[in-house]
Write a protein that binds this ligand. Structure first.
Ligand code: FPP
Length: 246
């Protein structure tokens, strides 16, 4: 792929921590939820762009386990954006042969939203060329803990049936995570000025490149996304090995 005359390597899996919606709204004297609404529009535009340039997996941090303790007013606003997106906008994704995956614990969400999310996954194309993953009531630690608890249950079943407990490999453990079948994230972008992962894709980010920008998420347009890709292209990904020739 070519950006501004430069050849770039397109990451297979991009994750975005969409931070700064509240500050974007505050600067405009708008309620916080107006910032989240602008964020959803930006998210849709970036997903289309990512698909067009050949990204295969695109994960957005829509709601963290920690965000669940925000005010009722803000959570209700976020729920209504999620409800409306999964009612009105998913069909456009399917038309573009994009599939939906939900990462997170759906059980504390309002029942109608949990149902819509399950339905959005179930109605997804069988062999999508683009995977849009939504982390909703997601936390990396909670994800790892639920995988450990599943492993313990499987070990218990093995013991009852007289089998030795299985030894996990990276691959078989990954099979117990919300992201089973999804390649590790290559690039994580965080907007809004903070430089931390905040419990996003902790297991999957072991070798991810991190890109931080002060731009607030509703202002993070396709040009800003391309800047992140250019930066990613310049990184020397060694996965713990030394540079060739050293
Ligand atoms: C962080 O900004 C952002 C969030 C807590 C929510 C992000 C969610 C969306 C953009 C909507 C998701 C909707 C769908 C349909 C998936 P912040 O509020 O922490 O911003 P601040 O740091 O400026 O206060």
């Amino acid at each position: 792929m070519d950006i501004k005359g430069e050849q770039v390597t397109v990451p297979r899996h991009v994750g975005i921590i969409m931070d700064g919606n509240g500050r974007w709204a505050k600067k405009r004297l708008l309620p916080r939820n107006a910032g989240h609404r602008a964020g959803v529009q930006r998210m849709e535009e970036l997903a289309r762009h990512a698909q067009d340039i050949g990204v295969e997996y695109f994960t957005v941090y829509a709601l963290s386990t920690e965000n669940m303790s925000r005010s009722k007013e803000e959570l209700d606003g976020l729920y209504s954006l999620i409800r409306s997106y999964f009612t009105k906008s998913v069909d456009e994704l399917y038309k573009r042969n994009a599939g939906v995956r939900i990462l997170g614990d759906m059980s504390p969400l309002p029942a109608d939203i949990a149902e819509k999310l399950y339905e959005a996954e179930a109605r997804s194309p069988k062999d999508p060329s683009f995977h849009f993953l939504f982390a909703i009531n997601y936390g990396g630690r909670a994800e790892i803990l639920q995988a450990v608890n599943s492993a313990a249950l499987l070990a218990h079943r093995d013991a009852l049936e007289g089998r030795p407990p299985q030894k996990y490999t990276d691959e078989s453990f990954h099979g117990l995570l919300y992201t089973h079948g999804v390649p590790d994230v290559d690039l994580i972008i965080r907007t809004g000025g903070e430089e931390r992962l905040s419990n996003f894709l902790l297991y999957q980010a072991a070798y991810a490149e991190l890109y931080f920008t002060d731009v607030l998420f509703p202002d993070f347009d396709c040009g800003e996304f391309d800047k992140a890709l250019l930066d990613f292209s310049g990184r020397d990904r060694r996965y713990g090995k030394i540079r060739s020739g050293e």
